[in-house]
Design a protein. Structure first.
Lengths: 333, 333
DNA sequence: CTGTTAGCGCATTCAC
DNA sequence: GTGAATGCGCTAACAG
């Protein structure tokens, strides 16, 4: 590989001249020198070394995204969009597990990333600030709001609480009074919100969980079947995820019941396929991709500025959106 | 940030001793020195600089994966698995667009990745060998086999030709004689295989394409509707992707026809949700994840060895698998 | 076993 | 305008 020194000697100039020309420093040399340098760079097949650049500048041009289940439809779409954006601005995206705290902080403390974005419950992100080891590093977050909103970082979020309320309001307005929540293994804040919302709208909320949800459809089917045996039977099922809702839909139909005539089903996240199911699935759109792109855009722009000014800490809310479709209908009398 | 020199002076030893200890070089110093060094490293909060490591060793510990549509279920699952594997072995994964040739080669020529894996038609990968710029860099490929099999790299593949034949054989054995292929915008090798297979099994193959498939379900629905107007009408639809099949299923049912009694539908890739559709979708499982993990494992193991010996170039085939479900049935008489 | 030295390739001062 | 010198933090080859 040709180094900057090779280009310099080929062009008969110094390395700093080559460096200046290649970095678009227009007033560093004469026009002829510039052309000669560019020409020699081309001829020698010069490629600047990323490693040396990183060591010298301290900037990695890497965005680390902490995200769970990156192959679920909802995160996958967000990640693809974030990757496109980052690539277009000259950054690489790496995906880091959000399990161990240290795995995430490492990318800050070891200066392995310029930006760390937490794509999960946004309250987790603020602690990361303590691990910043270079002044230009930026921590952002995008995801559902749970608990307190961070005040020291830029973040964007949606309210799961609002999304879940909308579903319950919708179901109750259709006359449903016994509503089951199919939570799967992860009985977190959303289950609490469900119970709250059920109380607010005067419905009886029944939460179901499972031991195992490796296959979310299987888990959904299993939980749905359990509701069918209940007396009185819940007239509406609300699933933590569209995948769970699909499993439930399958099980209900297999049991010979009609959706929504006998039982209504609602999902969450509004996967791309959900509207094409039979019946099409009522679900809540959550703006994961919008949230991520909003904060990521701002962070990357900040890094392009010289000197870097960290984005102003604040929390941006994006609305959720209830999408009523064919899987929910009036409660049977 | 503490550097290796800080640790060295704190421990009263030289930098190479610290380096040796931290790299697990057990026979480089006495037990007491080791402990003292480790202690000082902890106390000073030493974190090794990734940038300096990369510059010094030439190794980036980065795997670049070239992949299209990373948010489609099939690639998304593969990417998540590949990322898990790489992370567990200390590598970061970055996702690069496969569009421009230069975008991919850059990661080799600029030494930005130790491994480049092409996760697409495997014939594309071999050319990348010419852009290797460090002896340890490895190029691998995983994806459908189309055209010649690379002979100079390690790759793994499945035969789309076989997968598609299985579908046609299945449909013909059910009595279907007019079979439509819903190709979407990408009328590539698979469409050719379809025509071939139709000929082999004595069926009439009708290929449909669309201008736009931003939403694959919409595209599938649109193509399916077109087949409904044909006279005689195809009795079976074979979609390029399960997402297209889902759109087709939706459109067919919306038109008041029954699946599979009136029309059979088959998909490709066997998405996780496909078996839970109503009716459950007949599809072909293609071993993308298996292929990727197989070659990636070998590449990463090779990089852990010292000195690095590139994996033996060869092509590993994984079988496709026809999964017959409820969406295909006997042709109507 | 330990310490010294010399790169890795670039950007960024400074003198000229 | 230009070139020489220095630092980024580490590894590795060498000499004690």
């Amino acid at each position: 590989m040709a180094t900057i020194a090779d280009v310099a000697s080929a062009a008969g100039v110094s390395r700093s001249t080559v460096s200046g020309v290649l970095n678009g420093n227009w007033d560093i040399c004469s026009q002829e020198t510039r052309i000669r340098v560019l020409d020699c760079a081309l001829k020698t097949g010069y490629q600047r070394s990323n490693a040396a650049l990183v060591l010298s500048t301290g900037r990695t041009n890497v965005v680390a995204i902490g995200c769970e289940r990156p192959d679920d439809p909802h995160p996958a779409r967000m990640l693809a969009a974030a990757n496109d954006l980052a690539q277009s601005m000259g950054f690489d995206v790496i995906l880091i597990p959000l399990g161990k705290h240290q795995d995430v902080t490492m990318y800050l403390s070891q200066r392995r990333a310029d930006v760390v974005m937490v794509a999960k419950a946004i309250s987790l992100a603020e602690d990361l600030l303590d691990h910043i080891s270079a002044p230009h590093q930026i921590v952002i977050a995008a995801g559902p709001r749970a608990g307190d909103t961070p005040r020291r970082i830029l973040c964007s979020y949606w309210h799961d609480q609002t999304g879940i309320r909308c579903v319950l309001e919708h179901l109750v307005s259709l006359g449903h009074t016994r509503i089951a929540y199919l939570a799967g293994t992860r009985a977190g804040m959303r289950m609490t919100y469900f119970q709250e919302a059920a109380a607010v709208f005067g419905a009886e909320g029944i939460a179901l969980t499972t031991e195992d949800e490796d296959d979310k459809m299987v888990a959904g089917a299993e939980m749905a079947r359990r509701t069918l045996d209940m007396r009185p039977r819940p007239s509406a099922l609300f699933a933590r995820t569209d995948a769970i809702a699909l499993g439930a839909l399958h099980a209900v139909q297999e049991a010979g019941l009609r959706v929504p005539e006998d039982i209504s089903i609602a999902g969450y996240y509004d996967f791309a396929y959900s509207r094409y199911l039979s019946p099409s699935l009522t679900s809540v759109y959550t703006p994961f991709t919008k949230c991520a792109l909003a904060v990521l855009t701002e962070a990357l722009q900040a890094l392009k500025r010289d000197p870097v000014v960290s984005p102003e800490p604040r929390a941006i809310e994006f609305p959720t959106e209830l999408r009523v479709r064919g899987s929910t209908g009036p409660a049977p009398v």
